[in-house]
Design a binder for this molecule. Structure first.
Ligand SMILES: Cc1cc2nc3c(=O)[nH]c(=O)nc-3n(C[C@H](O)[C@H](O)[C@H](O)COP(=O)(O)OP(=O)(O)OC[C@H]3O[C@@H](n4cnc5c(N)ncnc54)[C@H](O)[C@@H]3O)c2cc1C
Length: 430
């Protein structure tokens, strides 16, 4: 079941709630992006299905230079935007290509057009210049490739769906891209819930948690600017009255009747207490998808708004939104939008700032301010997106030097030459 609530500020407490019900077994959401599809199925489990790259003819080292597709905007090369020096790895030779070809015949890609998508991240903010993409199908092939790269001192960049948010999934320079797109077994995992904490949103979360218990499977919040952006850039319709905050609540009990009864009680409670002004409840699959799209497609709407400065923070829930308000004042008209949304139960804030274009000055106003603010709250600089290329040097705001040293030692033990995804995850000086 999916519920969408509209939350008032203390200044706006009027409105009505509309409900739609949907049996859990029919709830299914598809979330497609470059290279992968996320499928929500029964209960709180989520499966990721990898989608393979299209098969195509490739021309070996015939055309080595990167070139943007006609009409597509050029993404600046990573070393031009970030202060990073290439480490002394070898460069891929014709002999290397021949060796790869022996290991994975027909799956060594050097065609610049096919390489182009793999060299640029989903957000179009970082770009490498790798000349070769390898598409193994088995662990044994991966093992043979890595053996060769180790022997030759070739750096390797593993790549899954290339949907990562922190520049970890694309090469920084000319690393060999090792794609797992053809190792497309379905994996599954479960949603996590946590503790509540801010004003009406937080009180609604507490009520839902208390009254829905184990059947509560998702509690997402988003602010009004997020809702405006999905409307403006993706033409998605907001089914409830405009409000400063919105929450998306999903249950996943084993009985639709039982879920319905519990939700009705919750609704009575939040309406009577004046926490919620308006809402809608899904009655069928199409409506469930429509409600989830409002939350899941915020990232896409943001990237259509301009250059996006992205932060994925863990904070004490009672301070979760304070940083968004603080930044709006701090940045003023330099930012187009400063928005916040995320998984409330996990204390996870997706803080996003959009601007007409990348600007070093705006970056300077954001960093290290955002990280220092987070550290002051004893939060984490990466809640779920990882550190990748972009966040590696801010790990120290969340982890003590001894922990970073230990990570570096573990990495050195498993990857003595440092050929695996160099320039990522660990700080330059751990
Ligand atoms: C619209 C949108 C919404 C998103 N929402 C969320 C969200 O709600 N929650 C969330 O956590 N994330 C979210 N993400 C971020 C991203 O989808 C996830 O982080 C996802 O798990 C990345 O998987 P991937 O296969 O695309 O990995 P990639 O982006 O290809 O790679 C991510 C990192 O993992 C490394 N890697 C990939 N495969 C391997 C491997 N086999 N072995 C070793 N290292 C490997 C890469 O080198 C890179 O450092 C969202 C992304 C998009 C585009």
């Amino acid at each position: 079941m999916s519920l969408k609530f509209n939350l008032p500020t203390p200044l706006s407490r009027a409105g009505a709630m509309v409900l739609h019900l949907v049996p859990r077994w029919s709830a299914r959401l598809f979330w497609a992006s470059s290279g992968w599809r996320r499928i929500y199925t029964q209960g709180s489990s989520v499966r990721l299905k990898r989608l393979g790259y299209p098969r195509g003819v490739y021309s070996r080292l015939a055309c080595r230079a990167y070139s943007a597709a006609p009409g597509s905007p050029e993404v600046m090369l990573t070393p031009e935007r970030y202060p990073v020096q290439r480490l002394p790895f070898s460069t891929v030779s014709e002999e290397d290509l021949a060796a790869f070809e022996c290991i994975i015949p027909g799956r060594v890609i050097t065609d610049p057009e096919q390489l182009q998508a793999c060299n640029v991240d989903w957000l179009k903010t970082v770009r490498g210049c790798s000349k070769v993409l390898l598409r193994p199908q088995t662990s044994e092939e991966v093992s043979q490739i890595l053996r060769h790269c180790y022997k030759r001192n070739l750096a390797v960049n593993p790549q899954g769906g290339n949907t990562g948010m922190v520049g970890g999934s694309v090469p920084v320079f000319d690393e060999v891209i090792l794609s797992t797109a053809l190792m497309n077994q379905v994996i599954s995992f479960h949603d996590v819930s946590g503790c509540p904490g801010f004003t009406e949103v937080l009180q609604t979360f507490r009520t839902c948690k208390g009254m829905l218990g184990e059947i509560l499977s998702a509690f997402e919040f988003m602010d009004t600017e997020c809702m405006q952006l999905v409307g403006q850039h993706l033409q998605l319709t907001n089914p409830v009255r405009e409000s400063p905050f919105y929450v998306l609540v999903e249950t996943s009990g084993s009985s639709a009747g039982h879920d319905s009864e519990k939700l009705t009680n919750v609704l009575e409670q939040v309406l009577n207490s004046g926490l919620v002004t308006d809402g809608t409840m899904a009655t069928d699959q199409r409506k469930v998808q429509m409600l989830w799209a409002l939350r899941e497609r915020i990232t896409e709407a943001l990237s259509r708004d301009g250059y996006v400065f992205k932060y994925d923070l863990s904070l004490p829930v009672e301070r979760l939104y304070d940083l968004v308000i603080d930044l709006r004042t701090r940045l003023g008209p330099r930012a187009k939008h400063v928005v916040g949304y995320g998984h409330l139960g996990d204390g996870n804030l997706h803080l996003n700032v959009t601007a007409e274009a990348f600007s070093q000055e705006l970056l300077g106003a954001l960093e290290p301010y955002v990280y220092a603010w987070t550290a002051e709250q004893r939060g984490s600089v990466s809640a779920e997106h990882g550190l990748g290329f972009k966040k590696k040097n801010v790990l120290g705001y969340s982890k003590p030097p001894v922990a970073m040293k230990l990570m570096q030692q573990l990495k050195a033990m498993l990857d003595p030459k440092g050929i695996l995804n160099p320039y990522k995850t660990l700080p330059d000086q751990a």
